[in-house]
Design a protein around this ligand. Sequence first.
Ligand SMILES: [Zn+2]
Length: 257
Amino acid sequence: MPDAPLDILALAAHRDDVEQTCGGTLLKMAQRGYRTGILDLTQGEMGTRGSAGDRAREAADAARILGTSWRGALDIPDGRVENTWDNRLKVVRVLREQRPRVVILPYWKGRHPDHYTASVLGYEACFLAGLTKLDPDATANDDSPQHTPQDAGATGNPHRPFKIIYATLYYDVRPTFVVDITEQFEARFEALMAYKTQFSDQEAGKGIFPARDEIRSRIEAMARFYGLMGGVTYAEPFLQKEVGLVDDLTLIPVKSI
Ligand SMILES: [Zn+2]
């Protein structure tokens, strides 16, 4: 059985996606005392540089820098994230074990099929995880009686996250809100640099992998861009499908003119 439920779980297709899209936000929440977690759907075995084992170690280092309480990776094939029933059930098991209140998903459009597929897969798993009669461990076409939640173990208790938000940094879409990560920017960059096989200056794959200085400039430019939108130095962009609920007009942040 896991410890306390997670407050926030970020789900993404690849190790290092979360570091790039919402790592600063996760660190900020951890610094506020929340329990945060990361679920990577794949293990990075298709990467040009480094093995899946290398990437697992690097992911653990990055998670430490971001102060996360939990990090897990599923065994969905890298480069072949598909929204299948089996894959949805894999995510359902994690959601029921970790019981997050907030789930951060990738935005549902993008260049990489794994990214946008992870978004829909994650959303549908959040819905399924709340179905009382769904037993993710029952085999398909099983004629035997359904397991009750009591005998189905940790993955048998339904749980639906309260809130789903989308990390939009990989796609050019206007966010509905940004999170100020000015204080977390340096640590978030170091978390990304923990993926040494991917980002250190080296010969293999030189044509497709930019050097560290170039990465830093890009990451800083993006964080500055979204920071400007929110009137702060650095920020990360998010989108929520729901409207914002306001109680006091005088406390709405971000200056208009
Ligand atoms: Zn990715």
